[in-house]
Ligand binder design. Structure first.
Ligand code: FAD
Length: 399
């Protein structure tokens, strides 16, 4: 079989990795296109034409309808330490803590030592922080699918978390409903390629004259929001930390504005209120307006439960989470991905062509010459004292 028979519409392929895992003769691998995005490629001499890859591909299979109304919650982790390490209200860290206390293997996205995002397995609470925080770049999840399937058939309990396309890819790959599998998907507006992101890391390292060993897109030093924290070892071997607001970082700014995603993200069938995984978690943006009774200073997560298993987990995690019932209409007000996928702008192609031609430095230069005011605004925002920021938020939400 040829690669183009497997992916007839490359613009819809999310490279979830299900086909790579399903191939019984290891004839499929993911290979990069000129912009760094991964696509499945078939080694024709190995292919035995069994078509397993096609039968499990999420693109070629129906989307299940699941539109329960009474299943939306605003949640906050009761453990302040975990809450601080999480991107929003720490829904994931609370559910993962419950899962680890109940002998689950927890899978999620972590940085590898080279600062590429990969999915790993955690079975000990002390390793949970590796999975916390949003890594705004496509992670390699497919490499753990086969390992998860083996665990499920052995009767072991597994919690998998990732983007909706990764969760769907895993479910299709394992092939049947397992009581011992929990899937938690993120509300997701899209992912840039890991290659582009890694080029950005190398550019930062050159500017910092050091080696980056950790990066947080959602540091909470200045409260719930977006602040890039970069931890690195400088040329003298000393640990140092740098902060950038999204407007000061061309990668973050272009990411946040939705300009660097792979094509499939702009036609994501998982965006919207209709969800496939047991639980869906995201930021409850705008919470101050619709639930002023909740303390939102360190973040609040929106959680959608789409299955009875999801309902059961929420019932069992009340020691870990404060849970307030909410409504989908309220959660959608400031969260576009609960309505529809990200919109593709002309700038997406412009920027990816610049990257293809002039590399990451080309993207940086383009941003600096076109976003001077934004960069200055970003610097000012980063210096506004936290108390003033909170007062402004309070003022805005009371109007
Ligand atoms: C690429 C991406 C886009 C997102 N877009 C939106 C959005 O548009 N609207 C919205 O409300 N929320 C979005 N989120 C989710 C949001 O950033 C928080 O992750 C979510 O609110 C859960 O927060 P938390 O505090 O519970 O957990 P956190 O500790 O922040 O979340 C950790 C979880 O995120 C998973 N994760 C982190 N990075 C990745 C990755 N690259 N790929 C797969 N899984 C990953 C981990 O496995 C873990 O399950 C996005 C997250 C990502 C990674």
């Amino acid at each position: 079989m040829r690669s183009n028979e497997l992916i007839q519409s490359p613009e819809k392929c999310s490279s979830c990795g299900a086909c790579v895992n399903a191939c019984p003769v290891s004839a499929i691998s993911l290979s990069k296109d000129s912009k760094g995005f991964l696509f499945p490629k078939i080694e024709e001499s190995k292919c035995i034409n069994c078509k397993k890859c096609i039968s499990i591909c999420p693109l070629k299979n129906a989307f299940l309808s699941n539109n329960r109304k009474d299943r939306v919650y605003a949640v906050v982790n009761k453990d302040k330490n975990l809450l601080r390490m999480s991107a929003s209200g720490g829904a994931f860290s609370a559910i993962a803590s419950w899962a680890l206390d109940n002998d689950y293997f927890v899978y999620g996205c972590a940085w590898n030592p080279e600062m590429y995002p990969i999915h790993i397995c955690v079975s000990n609470i002390s390793d949970l922080p590796k999975l916390l925080g949003s890594k705004y770049v496509q992670s390699d999840a497919g490499s753990v699918f086969t390992e998860i399937k083996e665990k499920l058939f052995d009767g072991k309990k597994v919690l998998f978390s990732g983007t909706p396309c990764q969760c769907d890819g895993l479910r299709r790959f394992v092939g049947k409903t397992f009581d011992n599998l929990i899937c938690i998907e993120l509300v997701c507006h899209g992912v840039p390629s890991a290659t582009l992101f890694h080029d950005y890391i190398e550019l930062l390292e050159a500017r910092l004259n050091g080696k980056i060993y950790d990066l947080k897109f959602r540091d909470k030093k200045r409260g719930w929001g977006a602040l890039l924290r970069i931890d690195y070892i400088n040329y003298r071997g000393k640990k140092r930390t740098a902060f950038l607001s999204p407007d000061e970082s061309f990668y973050y700014s272009y990411y946040w504005d939705g300009y660097l995603y792979r094509d499939s993200c702009y036609q994501c069938k998982y965006a919207g209120p209709n969800r496939q995984s047991d639980l869906t978690i995201g930021d409850y943006w705008g919470i101050q307006k619709v639930h002023p009774e909740i303390d939102a200073s360190l973040g609040v997560s929106v959680v959608l439960s789409s299955t009875e298993k999801g309902d059961m987990i929420l019932r069992q995690t009340t020691d870990y989470l404060s849970i307030v019932p909410s409504e989908i209409e309220k959660a959608q007000i400031e969260n576009g991905q609960l309505l529809d996928s990200s919109q593709k702008s002309e700038l997406n192609e412009v920027l990816l062509e610049i990257y293809e031609k002039d590399g990451i430095e080309g993207l940086r230069k383009y941003y600096v010459s076109n976003s001077k005011k934004k960069i200055i605004r970003g610097k000012i925002k980063r210096w506004i004292p936290l108390k003033v920021k909170r007062a402004i938020i309070k003022l805005i939400s009371s109007n």
